[in-house]
Ligand binder design. Structure first.
Ligand code: C5P
Length: 226
């Protein structure tokens, strides 16, 4: 069984709460930087008052002390899961972990917006080749430093799962609900193949909140992950 995490990439807090209040049995929501900057703390309180688990996706990357204090503030607010960039390094992640108490840290490895040439250029031309190995390398480093989850694309779930063993949370965005497994089309991006490869948390935004019937899409997704 995996969790569906509803990405609340909506214009404002009222819209986000209207959506959440329509979804039956919703357990996890994700807040990104846009909505968080607009109405963060108030919205977090409203979501926690509804008994929801909140994934704060601000992808922290800063000096260890600053990230640790951000993690402490998030844990104080009742955030359940928060992202840090693995490239911030082991010391940054260790400092954040030490301040996080019950909150779990999810490491982001290589942004999927990078192509390999652009990624290696950003790293000063050091390294090269496919990014896959880099995802696994950064995952191992982040987990060794205290990350309890990793965010990864559907393509790398199986390798990441193999690298980290059975207990880590593997969070996968970019999930699409159509042609839900059960039929014999097992395209990448659908819930069941992602879970089979080792995903524990599936992040879904637009397919839910842009749907004519968000409730129906959400229920289909829940059915696919149980
Ligand atoms: O709307 P959609 O389902 O594509 O939203 C996915 C969510 O996951 C968005 O909040 C986006 O910021 C995040 N995401 C991510 N990494 C990706 C793709 C999407 O964190 N590679």
């Amino acid at each position: 069984m995996a969790e569906i995490v509803v990405a609340l990439d909506l214009a404002d807090a009222d819209e986000a709460l209207r959506l959440v209040d329509r979804l039956p049995g919703v357990r996890w929501v994700k807040l990104g930087p846009v909505l968080y900057v607009r109405s963060g703390p108030r919205l977090v309180t409203a979501l926690k008052d509804r008994g929801l688990r909140v994934f704060l996706d601000l992808k922290w990357y800063d000096i260890p002390n600053t990230v640790a204090e951000a993690a402490r503030a998030a844990a104080d607010a009742g955030i359940d899961l928060a992202t840090v960039h693995a490239l911030g390094g082991a010391r940054m992640i260790e400092a954040a972990r030490a301040a996080s108490r019950e909150m779990r840290l999810a490491a982001v490895t290589v942004l999927t917006s990078f192509d390999p040439a652009e990624y290696w250029e950003a790293l000063g031309g050091i390294g090269g080749g496919p990014i896959r190995g880099e995802v696994v390398r950064l995952t191992r480093m982040a987990v060794g430093a205290g990350a309890g989850a990793v965010v990864t694309s559907i393509e790398e779930v199986a390798e990441v799962r193999e690298a980290v063993g059975p207990d880590l949370w593997v969070v996968v965005p970019g999930i699409r609900p159509r042609a839900l497994a059960g039929d014999d089309q097992r395209r990448a991006g659908e819930p069941r193949p992602a879970i089979a490869a080792g995903a524990t948390h599936l992040v879904v935004g637009r397919p839910i909140y842009q749907a004519k019937d968000p409730v129906q899409v959400y229920e289909e997704l829940c059915e696919a992950v149980t």
